[in-house]
Design a protein around this ligand. Structure first.
Ligand SMILES: [Zn+2]
Ligand SMILES: [Zn+2]
Length: 111
């Protein structure tokens, strides 16, 4: 008795009818987790496009915008606007003999 074992790969993409896969592709879902998917020709093209897009895209810088909005850089006691938080500290110390915290407190009172 002998039997033939055929290993059939089906496409992991969404199909109404099961479609044979032609390629096996390793995709990195995040930077460290590779996932092997079987794909038909159509889906392979889609994945290829996606991978190309991911490679060409720019990573989103996180937190930058928030820092700019919740840490004010203007002096509530005069018209000075500091280029950075450190510069505001230097200004408040030199001009008003206050720390940045005291300056923030003064801002809260004045508004
Ligand atoms: Zn497919
Ligand atoms: Zn000032």
């Amino acid at each position: 008795m002998s039997k033939t074992v055929t290993i059939t790969g089906w496409c992991d993409g969404t199909h109404d009818v099961r479609t044979l896969s032609v390629v096996e592709r390793t995709v990195w879902v995040d930077s460290s987790r590779p996932v092997v998917v079987d794909l038909c020709e159509d889906h392979d093209a889609v994945v290829r496009d996606l991978l190309a897009l991911m490679k060409n895209g720019t990573p989103v810088a996180q937190g930058k915008q928030q820092q700019a909005t919740d840490r004010p850089l203007d002096c509530p006691l005069c018209d000075y606007v500091a280029p950075s938080r450190a510069a505001l500290g230097g200004h408040s110390k030199g001009q008003h003999n206050m720390t940045v915290r005291e300056l923030d407190a003064a801002r809260r009172v004045s508004t």
